[in-house]
Design a protein around this ligand. Sequence first.
Ligand code: ADP
Ligand code: 5GP
Length: 219
Amino acid sequence: MTATDPMARRGLLIILSSPSGAGKSTLAKMLMGWDPSLRFSVSATTRAARPGEVDGEHYHFMAEAAFKSLVAKGAMLEHAHVFGHFYGSPMAPVATAIEAGRDVLFDIDWQGAQQIRNSALGRHTLSIFILPPSIPELRRRLESRGQDGSDVIAKRMQKSWDEISHWDGYDYVLINDDLETSFARLKTIITAERLRRAQQPGLADHVRKLHAQFEEGQP
Ligand code: ADP
Ligand code: 5GP
């Protein structure tokens, strides 16, 4: 895609946040299936892999020293301490995708969302907060996921109060009751945001061409 292509767009940084268990990974996966041009930002983390998680696909799993060295080098777009572990979004793949006009999807907490919003890329950020329909349902989802022990689930439930209180810093908020409804709404939000004037740098050229056609007597 060239700068003069009227279809050319800037890449968006699409951030999904929610209390753990509300459904953001499920929705992120559905979005990746919907639009293969989306790039998922694979975070680095110092937590251990859960059963079924693949290094380099779900996370870059690493030791604390390696994580801290990346932060010191300025290689992280954002980073935070969540549930006793470090998490961060490596900068390089995001920069490459955005320059190529591709959108990047982030599954990160409110601290990371705030840092990206305040970064040089903040203008091109679309942030969406996912709320559960109720707290008993949030607990049911955490338990049904079957990936964490009861102590970890208790810790995540305790943290939910805090995470939920950051809902009002986001551009959009979805109550993830019916999954298909939430997915349809997410697709609508992303489709509309992609059409914002600021996301379409090729428009000015396109309008110049339309004017030129008038002048050439082609109306
Ligand atoms: P998160 O990434 O926010 O921690 P997950 O996407 O892992 O949450 O979802 C937690 C559990 O809830 C998963 O088992 C998932 O299948 C289920 N889930 C997600 N959204 C819904 C929904 N709308 N209705 C019922 N179950 C859901
Ligand atoms: P989990 O351990 O369940 O995969 O993730 C725990 C929390 O950390 C979730 O709220 C998730 O969104 C958040 N998280 C995952 N990766 C990152 C990251 O790179 N940066 C930040 N700030 N949070 C992250």
